[in-house]
Design a protein around this ligand. Structure first.
Ligand code: WTA
Length: 692
């Protein structure tokens, strides 16, 4: 076949044949290359020799099978997990084409399993009972905690028993609003054990955002803690939950149980605001329950979790993942993309409030019996060397983080890194946004000592796991490129009309057929699922990302092409920020665009028009920003507010964001055609006010 999903296979073959891919020791070829596309960084021989996928040849074999015989490929892998009852036939079924009816994806249907059992019991029974499952590093350096697989299982069982006792049953939703303490993965696993559907809400979200999610998924219980320290700040999470529960009650959603962990290092229970009857201290009840708990066996297609993410309207989308396919996919992607070995110590800096924390803090690694590091604090506290202090302390071998952190540490200087030996590191990873080549090189040369391959993993909340990613050891990397598709993934690049483009090109990144980790629906809104992801380019899943494929078949992600901004690797919908701004009584209209930001990747730039007669002032600017922090969370606060007496609109009233983006980035001579505007003078006015 010469269909385009094999084009990269041919490219790798050609590169190999031309002797371009061989085991040359790791070097970053000179900067004098014609273009970034020509820069190849080779894994060293020894790394490749010991790698799970040691060569392009091996990858090509596996990849071909994965797309030609997906049922066989994935069944073989799935068989390595415990299934109470094996799945039926077909192994998977899908309708990816909206024109042929409702979109539907199923993997391993009829298979009966439990992901918590596969993460814990299976590892305990196979000789890993005393292996460390979690190392926990608190915000303040100097102490630590840990749990073996056996201890983790016991903790999970106690919480599972408690939840069951409180009436939480299979299919019930549980909202988890916790920081990075061990109780967060424990809570996720406990829900999974009893078949409850967890919905973790990142503990940086505001009360309003939390309330919105509670109203949408109607949980039986909310799990939280009283407070957390991040750096030198104390954040009183329980008060945020209190406010959210008042808010959600207004919509008729009453939650009558709020299990609260006393996070002593941040706040004592005596200082915690309390609602008798509803609030219960975790430590007072959970440890009294038995340390074993019967597993609730579920179908592979039973829901595992809901995770809300931003889209192009103000309402967050409840991305729903099911059990079996997600389990097989996260475990497999983790294993290959990080070349996981049982002796590895793995640290992913992501918070479990995001998909990266779901798939690659909790499920993927634990399914592999890995030892993980969970870090409560901030990476630059007490100083910018904290990460490397932690790496040395636990002898971390695989370090997975986001480009924004790499850039911010890079700015702070090499000395914070070189002060620590970091000898244990062998694989690095990056996720959340495109990593710019200069940050890539710094990560590679300075952090990794020029010996650790970087897995730049492209994927999304919706995809459940890695889609395009290097396999360290298999082929040379290009700084800034996520390289090639993972097994079973058939990426295609399409033009505006939805036609596939072959070879070297750029366009919209789509996927051609399903993979086990794909999300199955948007909770309560299958129509929105189809409209957002499957209707833009019928026949494909549309990622929302732009992408380029170079002459060697490498994929380069170029960023979102929809109304989503990626700030420090956090997805934020422009519509969400706009609706927060216009809820300010003095704001009449708002238009938000992304701008380039040195550390965050993208920053938020907000144009606001004010209610008639209201003067613009610094105070008002602050109060507008405050409104966004309150409504969404601090991470969504605009970097710049631009007062706009009027916004550039077409005669039909549509805001011309193209022009706003140019003004925001000060590319004033690239404004393009403004003659179609209802009032072309608006543009001059905006430019004049740019630096107010
Ligand atoms: C972006 C995070 C380039 C992309 C796992 C995607 C990336 C969005 C990469 C999903 C990467 C993530 N290179 N861009 N390696 N990883 N993205 O749902 O725009 O929070 O669509 O999932 O992040 O963000 P989400």
């Amino acid at each position: 076949t010469t269909t385009s999903h094999f084009s990269h296979v041919e490219s790798i073959s050609k590169l190999s044949a031309a002797g371009k891919i061989s085991g040359v020791n790791a070097v970053v070829l000179g900067e004098a290359l014609a273009s970034e596309e020509d820069e190849l960084v080779f894994p060293n021989d020894e790394f490749s020799r010991q790698a799970l996928v040691p060569s392009p040849k091996k990858y090509l074999e596996m990849y071909k099978r994965s797309v030609e015989d997906p049922a066989g490929f994935w069944s073989d892998i799935a068989s390595q997990f415990y299934w109470k009852q094996k799945w039926g036939r077909p192994v998977f079924s899908e309708n990816f084409d909206v024109r042929k009816g409702n979109v539907k994806i199923e993997w391993f249907k009829g298979g009966i399993t439990n992901i918590c059992y596969n993460c814990l019991d299976r590892n305990v029974e196979s000789g890993n009972a005393d292996k460390i499952a979690i190392y926990w590093e608190p915000n303040d350096p100097g102490s630590q905690d840990s749990l073996t697989y056996f201890q983790l299982l016991q903790r999970v069982c106690q919480l599972a028993n408690y939840l069951k006792d409180k009436g939480v049953k299979k299919g019930d939703a549980v909202v988890i609003y916790l920081p990075m303490i061990m109780e967060l993965p424990i809570a996720m696993l406990a829900c999974a054990r009893i078949g409850a559907v967890h919905s973790v809400v990142f503990a940086g979200f505001s009360a309003e955002s939390l309330a919105q999610r509670i109203v949408d998924c109607k949980p039986k219980v909310v799990l939280t803690c009283n407070a957390v320290k991040r750096g030198s700040k104390v954040i009183t999470l329980k008060e945020i939950v209190d406010a959210a529960l008042v808010e959600s009650a207004k919509s008729g959603i009453l939650v009558d149980l709020c299990l609260t962990y006393e996070n002593k290092s941040a706040m004592k229970r005596e200082s915690t605001k309390w609602r008798e009857g509803r609030d219960v201290w975790w430590q007072d009840v959970v440890p009294k329950y038995p340390t074993t708990c019967e597993v609730e066996w579920v179908d592979a297609e039973d829901p595992l979790f809901l995770l809300y993410t931003s889209g192009s309207t103000g309402k967050p989308k409840g991305v729903l993942h099911t059990t079996g396919g997600y389990m097989v996919y996260t475990a497999t992607t983790f294993k290959y993309a990080f070349d996981y070995k049982p002796s590895d110590i793995y640290w992913c800096t992501a918070d479990c409030g995001w998909i990266t924390g779901h798939s690659y803090v909790t499920y993927g690694p634990l399914l592999n019996g890995a030892t993980i590091v969970v870090f409560e604090g901030a990476p630059n506290y007490p100083d910018s060397g904290r990460c490397w202090d932690i790496v040395d302390k636990f002898k971390v071998t695989i370090f997975y983080t986001a480009p924004t952190l790499v850039r911010s540490l890079m700015r702070d200087g090499d000395e914070y890194v070189t002060r620590y030996p970091r000898k244990s590191l062998r694989v690095l990873g990056s996720v959340g946004e495109p990593i710019n080549p200069s940050a890539w090189r710094w990560f590679f040369n300075v952090v990794g000592g020029s010996r650790c391959p970087i897995s730049d993993t492209w994927w999304q909340t919706e995809t459940g796991g890695f889609m395009i990613t290097p396999l360290p050891g298999a082929w040379p990397q290009k700084p800034g490129s996520a390289t090639f598709p993972f097994f079973g993934v058939q990426p295609v690049i399409v033009d505006e009309k939805g036609a596939e483009i072959e070879g070297e090109c750029s366009g919209y990144l789509c996927v051609k057929s399903s993979w086990p980790g794909a999300f199955r629906t948007l909770y309560g809104d299958h129509e929105r699922y189809e409209t957002t992801y499957f209707k833009p380019f019928p026949g494909y899943y549309f990622s929302g990302d732009g992408c380029r494929r170079d002459k060697d078949g490498y994929y380069w992600l170029t960023g979102r092409v929809d109304d989503v901004i990626n700030v420090s690797g956090h997805r934020i919908g422009t519509a969400e920020v706009e609706s927060a701004l216009v809820s300010h009584p003095q704001c009449a209209e708002a238009a938000v665009v992304g701008i380039e930001h040195e550390v965050k990747g993208q920053g938020i730039y907000a144009f606001v028009t004010l209610v008639d007669g209201v003067p613009y002032s610094d105070e008002l600017r602050k109060s507008l920003i405050h409104k966004v922090r309150n409504q969404i969370g601090a991470f969504a606060a605009p970097d710049k507010v631009h007062w706009a007496p009027g916004l550039p609109k077409t005669r039909s009233g549509k805001i011309m964001r193209r022009i706003l983006r140019k003004i925001a980035s000060r590319q004033l001579n690239e404004l393009g055609d403004t003659s179609t505007l209802a009032d072309p003078n608006v543009v001059e006015q905006l430019i004049a006010l740019a630096d107010r």
